[in-house]
Ligand binder design. Structure first.
Ligand code: ATP
Length: 245
């Protein structure tokens, strides 16, 4: 494992008939949260699914700190609508020798979830919170989350941000999450990786990421520049010549 990074992605390439994810490389340091951003169809989910083993890359390597203890949340839907959460949890926990029942209870309380409820009675936000509670309850070194705050109210988004930061606070866990909610990046991400049309445009710690694009856009270091503005400027092709082929 390079530099003790918990996740190392090198030259990840996946070719679909009408889309090419090309030569994606980045590393996730312990104790950090990386936000993956880019417009719809940029390739974020393809990267996350490749790490989760749900997509087979055409080229490249992915080294994860613990391949037998993956924590992945790729969508809001919890299957088995008629089942109670407790039943699903009882089955899920069998796959994880490191399952921590006290931690699971803590997250249920934190998210105000009752695991006697049936899946079909949960709102979308409650389903996401339940999946997060399960994903964070077996001490996986790396947590992979596809849009964990999509469809979540601002108060709950802040609560999720808190638990994510707490998850990495011991310096032995890391989180990679995709998002379209750029305020989440400002609140919780340590590093940001920008995917543009299947290619990695830029990856850097948050402050360096902003500084890089201020320089690209001819702004002063003290000028304000939000992540939304960065995305809008890039996607309006302001930087088209800077994007590698
Ligand atoms: N199984 C597949 N077969 C063919 N094309 C696919 C497949 N899965 C994804 N794609 C294509 O790959 C491209 C990237 O999709 P992906 O879901 O990775 O984007 P994304 O950045 O996660 O988008 P969003 O923000 O909308 O979730 C899209 O053009 C999509 O149509």
């Amino acid at each position: 494992m390079t530099n003790k990074n918990l996740l190392v992605v090198e030259h990840l390439t996946k070719n679909y008939p009408k889309f090419h994810l090309t030569d994606i490389s980045f590393a996730l340091a312990p104790g950090t949260i990386m936000g993956l951003i880019g417009v719809n169809g940029a390739g974020k989910s393809t990267i996350l699914k490749s790490i989760a083993g749900l997509v087979t890359p055409d080229e490249g390597t992915i080294v994860n700190a613990a391949t037998d203890n993956l924590a992945v949340m790729l969508g809001e839907t919890v299957y088995y609508p008629e089942k109670r959460l407790a039943t699903i949890t009882a089955i899920t926990r069998r796959f994880y020798p490191t399952w921590d029942a006290a931690q699971y209870r803590y997250y249920l309380d934190f998210f105000k979830l009752d695991d006697h409820q049936r899946v079909k009675t949960l709102s979308t936000g409650m389903q996401i919170k339940y999946q997060l509670a399960v994903a964070m309850s077996h001490h996986a070194p790396v947590l992979i989350l596809d849009e964990p705050t999509s469809g979540i109210d601002p108060v709950s988004r802040q609560a999720i941000g808190q638990v994510l930061q707490h998850y990495v606070a011991d310096g032995q866990h890391s989180i990679l999450f995709s998002t379209h909610i750029t305020t989440d990046l400002a609140a919780v991400a340590d590093t940001i990786t920008y995917i543009h049309d299947g290619k990695l445009l830029y990856t850097a710690p948050k402050a360096a990421f902003s500084a890089h694009f201020k320089q690209q856009f001819g702004l002063k270091a003290t000028d304000p520049l939000s992540f939304d503005e960065i995305m809008l400027k890039i996607e309006r092709q302001v930087l088209v010549d800077a994007i590698p082929d």
